[in-house]
Write a new protein. Structure first.
Length: 211
């Protein structure tokens, strides 16, 4: 099973990838994680990535395709993987096909911009221990204070309203066209991502014949 998860930032791709990986034994190829690891390492490639992510922009296609190609060449992939965050543009998808890669299913998680803004701008994280919260769905006992260590809760730069708005604009301009790209290839299924997490998982499994 070779699968792609599509959807706006905050649609739940990462969460579903983790669930499906455990259920189906698939390796998660998460470009976001690979990019963050490169940035944290302070490598030359990581510094290039940082210059784009700081502005809510997409990393150039050639850099991403090179990164994914290297990851897919590793033995643990062996044709059983979930691509989370790749491809992000039609050009990337075309280059992926040029590599000889095929996919069995593409799942598009559908959600409104308004819901995305509520989800992402409400996130908070403890600056001391990293525990995540949400002001509506998982609030701390005391506003702005971590339940576990008493640290201060902060908003990550990625979750600031201006950054989220920029990321959504980039998604609609550059990534959303992939829906039609994969629909034309007969491998796309669209799923309502505003449903409960378990229901979304059930619908994905049904779409790929894994009930």
């Amino acid at each position: 099973m070779k699968m792609i998860l599509l959807g706006a930032p905050g649609a739940g791709k990462g969460t579903q990838a983790e669930i499906l990986s455990k259920r189906l034994g698939l390796v998660i190829i998460g470009t976001g994680n690979i990019i963050r690891e490169a940035i944290a390492s302070g490598s030359a490639l990581g510094k290039k990535f940082q210059s784009y992510t700081d502005h809510g922009a997409l990393v150039p296609d050639d850099l991403v395709v090179e990164m994914v190609a290297d990851r897919l060449s590793q033995p643990d992939c062996s044709g059983r993987y979930i691509l989370d965050g790749f491809p992000r543009t039609v050009v990337q998808a075309e280059k992926f096909e040029e590599m000889g890669a095929t996919v069995d299913a593409v799942i598009s998680l559908v959600i409104s911009d308004e819901e995305i803004m509520e989800r992402m701008t409400g996130r908070r994280v403890c600056e001391r221990c990293g525990t995540p919260y949400h002001i509506h769905h998982n609030p701390p006992a005391a506003e702005g204070v971590c339940d576990k260590c008493g640290g201060t809760l902060v908003t990550r730069k990625d979750d600031a309203p201006d950054t989220v708005a920029k990321r959504l604009a980039v998604y609609h301009e550059q990534t959303e066209p992939l829906v039609d790209f994969y629909r034309a290839r007969g491998v796309l299924t669209s799923i309502d991502a505003t449903q409960g997490m378990d229901r979304v998982t059930e619908e994905i499994l049904a779409a790929i014949g894994e009930t």
